[in-house]
Design a protein around this ligand. Structure first.
Ligand code: FAD
Length: 323
């Protein structure tokens, strides 16, 4: 296998990995981003018509202007922005290469990917949380008609679609599919639509539910998914409804195995928060840094681009201080 020597390995080419690369580039450090998918892979996999809740300047990295035509940018504009930042600055990125393990041997790190074997002085892990869906763990979840991601509405026209969840993603999908002629039923564990749903979207979904355009079962869960129906456990007993597709938008989890196998300690409580120093972003393993939304463990709402882009500068400052 190919052997490569670098000062710094950045794992993950999302917005925060790109921000880290900019800091390395400015300092002439020998670094590379290793990204298992395309550039900004999580954003690429977001729904096609998704609009960010942040205004564009809050998504900027290193003060490079992000101009949007709208009050809040959409997915395509964000992809354009992070792509241009990467190409204009000639950042070093290896795409379609997956990191399998990170090990520290005395003072250096060995990062093994499916293509090469890297040694480096530091590793920055910014692998996000969008790759591992939280499963419903119900019979029938394996069926082809069940998905944990939503891309666009057209293929759900004239179909009976269940959306599980009540967050931004679930509400956006429910409204879009209903507007494209799908019959939408929402199955929601809580008593209401999520409080964090974008303030300009929340009234829309509440009104569609109230007028009966979209059916919502609150305090309810899916019990079983069958080929052409689904059973919902409601407060008033089980209900069976006709069903063509289930879209379970119940959240995602970071790759805890990669973190643990790299030696990073996770909090013992249910949040599984990785250990790091918030001043430097260095984990419990010296020279191994965490950046971006991966820092929140199972608390995937704690960090986002807006408040985690600062991690790149904290890390660079710390590495500079020990060089
Ligand atoms: C629908 C939705 C809307 C959002 N809206 C906003 C918003 O308005 N404002 C905001 O600030 N935030 C928003 N967020 C959150 C924001 O998009 C994420 O916080 C952002 O993507 C985090 O950036 P990141 O670089 O930390 O992680 P990611 O963007 O997830 O990047 C991690 C990268 O690591 C790669 N990777 C993972 N494992 C490996 C591996 N083993 N080897 C190599 N590469 C790997 C992944 O492919 C991915 O490209 C939203 C999130 C979602 C899901």
């Amino acid at each position: 296998m190919k052997k490569v020597q670098k000062d710094i390995i950045i794992i993950g080419g999302g917005p925060i990995g790109i921000a880290c690369a900019l800091e390395c580039q400015k300092r002439n450090w020998n670094y590379v981003i290793i990204e298992k998918g395309t550039l900004a892979n999580s954003l690429f996999n977001y729904p096609k018509n998704m609009t960010f809740f942040s205004t564009s300047e809050k998504l900027e990295i290193d003060d490079i202007p992000f101009i949007s035509n709208n009050p809040k940018p959409n997915r395509d504009e964000a992809l354009e922005y992070y792509r241009r930042v990467t190409t204009s600055n000639k950042l070093h990125v290896n795409l379609y290469e997956t990191v399998v393990s990170v090990n520290k041997n005395s003072e250096t790190f060995e990062t093994i990917t499916d293509k090469a074997h890297y040694t480096s002085n530091q590793v920055i892990l910014c692998t996000g949380f969008y790759d591992i869906p939280k499963l419903l763990n119900v019979p029938g979840e394996h069926l082809d008609k069940v998905s944990h991601y939503y891309k666009e509405a057209h293929n759900y026209t004239l179909q009976n679609v269940i959306i599980v969840g009540a967050s931004n993603s679930a509400v956006d999908a429910a409204l879009e599919i209903w507007r494209k002629g799908g019959q939408v039923t929402m199955v929601i564990r809580g008593e209401t639509i999520g409080e964090r749903v974008k303030y300009w979207v929340r009234p829309d979904i509440l009104n569609r539910i109230e007028e009966g355009s979209i059916t919502a079962y609150f305090s309810s869960e899916i019990e079983e998914i069958k080929e052409d129906s689904a059973i919902i456990k409601t407060q008033n007993g089980s209900v069976t409804i006709p069903n063509d597709f289930v879209i379970a938008l119940t959240g995602y989890l970071p790759d805890f195995d990669l973190l643990k196998n790299s030696g990073i300690t996770l909090s013992k409580d249910e949040k599984c928060i990785p250990e790091y120093d918030s001043n430097t972003m260095e984990s419990n393993i010296k020279g191994l840094y965490l950046a971006g939304v991966v820092c929140g463990g199972k608390e995937t709402h704690k960090w986002f681009i807006e408040n985690s882009r600062i991690h790149a500068k904290l890390i660079a400052k710390h590495i500079e201080s020990i060089k």
